[in-house]
Design a binder for this molecule. Sequence first.
Ligand code: ADQ
Length: 478
Amino acid sequence: MARLIVVSNRVPVPKTRAAQAGGLAVALKDVLTPGSTWFGWSGRIAEDAAETPALVASRGVTYATLDLTRRDYEQFYVGYANGALWPLFHFRPALMKFRREDYAGYLAVNEKLARALAKLVEPGDVIWVHDYHLIPLARYLRAAGIANRLGFFLHIPFAPASFVATLPVAREMLNDLTHYDVAGFQTEGFARDFRDGAARWLDAAVDGEHVRHAGRTTRVIAAPIGIDAAPFERDAIRAARSAEAERLLSSLHGRALAIGVDRLDYSKGLPNRFEGYARLLARHPEHLQKISFLQIAARSREDVVAYRELARELDRQAGDVNGRFSEFDWTPLRYLTRAAPRNVISGFFRIARIGVVTPLHDGMNLVAKEFVAAQDPRDPGVLILSRFAGAAEELTEALVINPYDPDEIADAMHQALVMGADERRARHGALRAKVFAGTAAAFARRYLAALEGGTGTTAASLSPPLRHLAASLRRNSA
Ligand code: ADQ
């Protein structure tokens, strides 16, 4: 029977640590109906890594995972994916560390995954590949004789053509993407960047949304990812009454709470955020002792040098802000470098007066949408949002700032603190409508309709597996 096969670097196998993993697991929750498969790396490193995937079945979904060797991990994950592609796509060429051996390891892992996956694929299966770790997968799947519909979705930004050229294997990367039937991006801007890059560096023909190259046609679309808004709001309402939220509230002594929640990643703009906060306190002494900033920054990719350096810099900055401004009974900045459970964070969002989302560059940023969904519409907090997050294309009623200017962050925090309830409600009402319309389910439905080759999302235009998915999505989003 035909099925959906989702492929991603990490697979959230139920009852493992990976099951907690953020964005993607949440976004795809609804499309993983019984009969689907989720395939990828187990998250484990093993020297005797088998070529045949380990299978776990849960609620009718099969989770198929392979281990990686230490060398695979160093070259594929640390070296090329996060040492070269991540900085390239996040506009940080100075941090890009390209090494041929890492690239060779990246290709080898993709080939190994494709070989293992090819054995699981049945005619009619629809294969949806996620993110920058797996760009070459389609080429290897085609080489293994897989003729099924193949889609790719990039969760992070794509870079403009002139920028892509700094990658020594830019042509190979662009060419690999043309092996997919559909290539999806978070925004129309990123989709356009890919079409431009393919035209410029591959001499591909671009015809509207389509890129034609070497006899293949790829439909290149923007499909902004969303959150499961209604359940998130319900969680937030419940979590705002939890013991943790009560403790946080009572520790505030009536002060306004500003909150930031991120992975500890240089794309998230944390140093400028801390500096912006310091400037708010220095330039607006009326807010001293009236605000507490809680930054939760989950440590991430500590095997990559740039991440360790960032962690040290933020320790220094946090010490500096608190050393300068603290009173014996007030700590202006609370800085935690570990993840917090979603059902705690959602309650903290609801309590907060300001959500601070200031990435220097971000594919979407789901925290921005989660903050909006968590607010009490009668007395909502204010979202401060970087114009360089994909979310800023939709969430235009936020206080949209340029994160490269710490004074602009400070001004926006001041504006948020003095903003009247009517304006807060008006801005939040508009944002809320967008977050509740552009949900994870809507994203998946739209993408899968494109992958199926249809232009609409009516059930009649979908093949049996997708009709099944569409029906389940409608049930879940009802
Ligand atoms: P991320 O860079 O991980 O994702 P983001 O979208 O902000 O970024 O967050 C994903 C999820 O992780 C959210 O549900 C968020 O609540 C959670 N999260 C983040 N920090 C956390 C923390 N400190 N503790 C607990 N949970 C935390 C990538 C791209 C984004 C894109 C997503 C989804 O970089 O641009 O929005 O994929 O496509």
